[in-house]
Design a protein around this ligand. Structure first.
Ligand SMILES: C[S@@+](CC[C@H](N)C(=O)[O-])C[C@H]1O[C@@H](n2cnc3c(N)ncnc32)[C@H](O)[C@@H]1O
Length: 343
């Protein structure tokens, strides 16, 4: 049996080891997505190797294993990245022109970037706006598997070859500690947190911390499920039954907006409308419907996770309150809200 060790230099003085710890029925060869594994994460300073064991903690990125495939399926079915790209193409060129005006270099930060599809798109827009300006990209993403996929896609993107990437395979909280411990003075012109605040213990504290890292004229962009969307209706109605896995407390853009106001931050708000066809959820025996229901309820198997009565309640809500009918199809409102927060 071979154990794989992944090492990334999170900062020059801090080495980061991640060891997949097996759960019953799993083997290390479940790699590359480490299906079902929990990571033991250990930080240590090369000068003090004895601290390795003392500092070892068990951390879950909250978004790994089978969930990654379910998210990819959702992205394809919902067109979520497509509507985000269209929105970015419309809004970001103007934003970037204003942010970068008169600057000799630009620092970009992606937080919870996953496989980086959106970060790469934004970096392309930034580069086309400032083709001769030095652009540095920093990524904070706790899932080693997703960061590896992101790196592989960067390696294949001719446009991104001139951009140096700093990969931080850590959570927001760990990154914050790292910045504070090393007194890192790096500041950023543009940062994004897309569809990731659900997984944070204290998302308001994270927003406050990352906002403090903005350079003059910088922007922190948050994209999150819209208030009043079908997601918000489904997840707030059945919070007790759904918030049992990677998401322990559902938050919609209304909650995020409340926190931004409380923090006294200035922002612009944009709507990114989108719908997803969930007709198949109501078709008995439909594989597509089953996959959608697994993703929408954040369960490995919607069928196995809930009693027949509970499944019926969820399906009733999806039909009556979370979807509208159009040309014989049932459409689920998965609109998003974008906050562009000023430095
Ligand atoms: C739904 S995915 C969104 C990925 C990407 N931003 C996108 O929209 O395609 C959520 C991301 O948040 C990351 N994540 C989860 N917990 C996190 C934490 N505490 N700090 C930073 N990122 C986290 C996950 O690993 C995952 O990549």
């Amino acid at each position: 049996m071979t154990l794989e060790f992944h090492c990334t230099a999170a900062s020059p003085s801090c080495v980061h080891f991640e060891l997949p710890v097996m759960q019953p029925g799993h083997s290390p060869t479940d790699h590359p997505l480490f299906a079902g594994s929990v990571y033991q994460r250990a930080h240590f300073h090369p000068a003090k190797p004895k601290e390795l064991l003392m500092a070892t903690t068990t951390v879950q990125a909250g978004y790994e294993g089978d969930y990654v495939q379910r998210f990819q399926f959702f992205l394809q079915h919902s067109g979520e990245h497509t509507v985000m790209r269209e929105f970015m193409d419309k809004v970001l060129p103007g934003e970037f022109a204003r942010i970068g005006e008169g600057k000799s270099d630009l620092n970009f930060l992606g937080v919870g970037s996953g496989q980086g599809e959106m970060d790469s798109h934004m970096l392309n827009i930034l580069q086309s706006k400032f083709p001769t300006t030095q652009i540095d990209a920093h990524i904070v993403e706790p899932s080693i598997a997703l960061i590896e996929n992101f790196k592989a896609s960067v390696a294949k993107s001719p446009n991104l070859q001139k951009v140096p990437f700093a990969w931080n395979a850590v959570s927001c909280a760990e990154y914050e500690k790292q910045v504070k411990d090393t007194k890192d003075t790096k500041r950023f012109d543009f940062m994004n947190m897309i569809q990731m605040l659900y997984y944070m213990d204290d998302y308001a504290a994270a927003i406050k911390f990352f906002h403090s890292l903005l350079r003059e004229k910088g922007r922190l962009m948050i994209i999150h499920e819209a208030a009043g969307s079908s997601w918000a209706t489904l997840w707030s109605t059945f919070a007790k039954d759904l918030c049992t896995k990677s998401v322990t407390k559902y938050i919609s853009a209304a909650d995020v907006k409340g926190k931004l106001d409380k923090l006294g931050l200035k922002y612009e708000e944009h709507s990114i409308p989108n719908t997803m066809d969930i007709t198949e959820c109501f078709v008995e025996g439909s594989k597509l419907g089953a996959m959608l229901l697994d993703f929408m309820t954040d369960q490995d198997s919607f069928q196995k996770a809930y009693s027949p009565e509970m499944r019926a309640k969820i399906l009733d809500l999806l039909r009556d309150k979370c979807s509208t009918e159009k040309n014989g199809r049932r459409l689920f409102d998965c609109s998003l809200t974008c906050f562009l927060i000023q430095a």
